[in-house]
Each structure stands twice: as C-alpha cells, then as structure tokens.
Ligand binder design. Structure first.
Ligand code: CA
Length: 228
C-alpha cells in the first residue's frame, strides 16, 4: 500500500511517514501544495493524507483539482483548527474523511486502514453494460473505445447503477449510496446528476442504444433496450 503525505510542517510530515513505514506502508512526502498535486496526479496511491493550510495550492484546491481530473484516490484531510467549516469544505471538495490536529497516531492509522479497505480502492473489477465499461481499479470509464471523463459524483452514480443493472433504483437509494456525507441532498440534485451522466454516456453516441432510462414516478434503470 502506498500513501502520499502532503504536509508543510516537516516534523509532523516526517513523524507520519515514520509511523506509516513501521506499519509497512510505502510513503511519499510532499512539503507544499504544488508538489503534492503533481505527485498525486502522476503516481498511483492507495491513500493521500492531506494538510489543508499549505504553501502553493491549498488542500481544498488539491482535492477539487484531483476529483475534477477523475483521480479518486481516498483522501484523509488534516485540519488544524478543528472548525466545522474546514471539515465541511474538505468533504465537499472531494475528501473522504478528516482528522483534527493534534491527533493520536493510532487514530490516524485506524482511519487510514478504513479508507484503504473501501472496496473501490482495493478490488479491481470491470463493470460492463453493452459497450460501456467502468474499471473500479483504474477508474477508467469508456463507451466503446472512447474514454469518458466523469466527476467524482458522476463516477459514483454510474458505478452504483452498473452494480444494479436492470433494476429500478429510486432517487432515495441513489442519495443514500452516492451522497453518504451529505444529508441534505434533494431529489432534484439526483435528476441533475443523472442528466450529466446522460450527456456523457448516451447523448454523444446517437448511433448507439441509450442505457439510462427514467422509470416515471419511481426512479432510474440502467439497461440495454433494443431500439424499436
Ligand atoms: Ca500546514
């Protein structure tokens, strides 16, 4: 397992590195935001431990940029202030969990293990329907030979639908599975995201069968229906 630590306080960064190495993780360290982003976007990591206040790019900017570029490495943010807003901003920008400084190393380890254990980070499977494929290890999504760039939420939504091919999925089910950190998502938001997905996996391919179907009054279904 390979971990990237982005933290400008050398003492903290080095002690995290040392501790993780003792647990047999491979650890890279970046001491500013730009180096951190460059590493995170060019190397493959199982986990990123990310400070928020950094020289160069901030932790929030790094999260947003990575997710926009379809890099879904689990991110644990370190927040110095412990203020609610930092945590919310971090999670909203695509981080998976947070830890408030100062923290006990045991807790950092436990949270790291939990994030690395998440199925999307460890099991590589290709989910397919017709010529649409989603690789849960590389996060690559394709329709035929064409690569499709999805945001983090769009990816999660498509993965969820692909795991339930042929079944009608309600908006509530989607909210519960795709927006687990965000309790006040409205059904309208789901409609918006389903629209985004359609624009990427169905609309650009008018010669192909549409895969996302609306089941009026119930929700959505992913399936290949023959054109009539
Ligand atoms: Ca800092």
């Amino acid at each position: 397992m390979k971990v990237l630590v982005v933290e400008d306080e050398h003492k903290i960064a080095n002690s995290i590195k040392k501790g993780l190495e003792q647990e047999s993780y491979a650890v890279d360290v970046a001491y500013d935001g730009n180096d951190g982003y460059d590493l995170a976007s060019s190397e493959s990591y199982d986990l990123m431990i990310l400070d928020l206040m950094l020289p160069g790019l901030s932790g929030i900017e790094i999260c947003k940029k990575l997710r926009t570029n379809s890099i879904h490495t689990p991110i644990l943010i370190l927040t110095a202030k412990g203020q609610l807003k930092d945590k919310v901003d971090g999670l909203d920008s695509g981080a998976d969990d947070y830890l408030t400084k100062p923290f006990a190393f045991e807790e950092l380890l436990a949270r790291s293990r939990a994030l690395i254990r998440r199925p999307h980070a460890t099991s590589g499977t290709v989910l397919c329907l017709d010529d649409l494929s989603l690789n849960t290890l590389t996060y690559e999504v394709k329709r035929g030979a064409k690569s499709i760039q999805l945001s983090s939420k769009e990816y999660a939504l498509l993965e969820y639908l692909l795991r339930h091919i042929g079944k009608t999925i309600t908006k509530e089910q989607i909210i519960n599975h795709v927006w687990n950190y965000d309790s006040d998502v409205l059904p309208n938001t789901v409609e918006v995201y389903v629209g985004y997905l359609r624009n990427k996996i169905d609309k650009p391919f008018p010669e192909k069968t549409n895969l996302i179907h609306t089941i009026r009054g119930f929700g959505y279904k992913l399936e290949k229906k023959l054109n009539v």
